[in-house]
Design a protein around this ligand. Structure first.
Ligand code: IMP
Ligand code: MG
Length: 229
């Protein structure tokens, strides 16, 4: 009878973390640009800046929700597929009880423009009535997708409904421009900008860290502009 090892043994010797990160970035770029020229342009948010900001957001969210009464786990609702990468990093920086569920939506429109007409491809697994719900989005562009989600989830009577978006493009926003500040959890107002925002970026189409162009480039560890001829 063989004895199984009690811990996994790494197949290779551990490598220096910084060197590994550099290699990963280079490999990502090579993989992204290798086939069809240089679609991946300027790096707008570096891998290090992403990780630092995601840690800050995790702390901020933990502080905001740790006193909810009666106590209940925070529910993160990730919007597939783009938010998965951000959400999984963010969740590891949240140090209060937290659960996760996912929705998949398709927005009719061109590859780079959403129309605001949204179709649910996958709904939540569980009811959210009375729950503290935090929608986690990769990017808010026109804000139309988010507005639809807020209305849809808001109608299910969660206790609170807030939004955490990694990136927002203020110049493109068609909805969510309202200036007034709401008290925490005072929702249903669907024209509010997200309460938690990673970075505001200029009006360029971006890829990486979950964001795709025709399903490509989600694996890049940084956010870069898409350069197209
Ligand atoms: P909105 O409805 O215009 O706010 O667009 C929302 C969705 O469009 C996001 O969840 C993304 O999936 C996609 N999207 C918007 N801008 C970008 C971008 O610059 N890069 C990649 N995807 C984007
Ligand atoms: Mg997309």
């Amino acid at each position: 009878m063989t004895t199984l090892p009690r811990v996994a043994i790494p197949a290779q010797a551990p490598v220096d973390a910084a060197a590994a990160a550099g290699l990963a970035a280079a490999a990502g770029l090579a993989a992204a640009t290798g086939e069809e020229g240089s679609e991946v342009g300027e790096v707008l948010v570096s891998a290090a800046d992403l990780q630092r900001r995601v840690a800050e957001l995790g702390k901020q969210i933990s502080r905001a929700y740790y006193r909810t009464r009666p106590p209940q786990p925070l529910l993160l609702v990730g919007v597939l597929k783009g938010a998965v990468f951000f959400l999984s990093d963010l969740m590891r920086h949240i140090d209060i009880p937290v659960e996760v569920d996912f929705m998949a939506v398709a927005s009719y429109g061109s590859a780079t423009d959403s129309s605001g007409v949204v179709r649910i491809l996958k709904d939540l697994d569980a009811a959210i009535e009375g729950r503290d719900v935090l929608i986690v989005e990769d990017i808010v562009d026109s804000g139309l997708t988010l507005q639809y989600l807020m209305r849809n989830l808001g109608s299910r009577n969660p206790r609170t409904l807030e939004v955490c978006a990694l990136l927002v493009k203020p110049a493109r926003r068609k909805v969510g421009r309202s200036r007034g500040t709401l008290a925490f959890g005072e929702y249903p107002r669907f024209d509010q900008p997200p309460r938690y925002v990673g970075f505001e970026i200029e009006d360029r189409f971006v890829v990486g860290y979950g964001l795709d162009y025709a399903e490509r480039y989600r694996n890049l560890p940084f956010v870069a502009s898409l350069e197209k001829e």
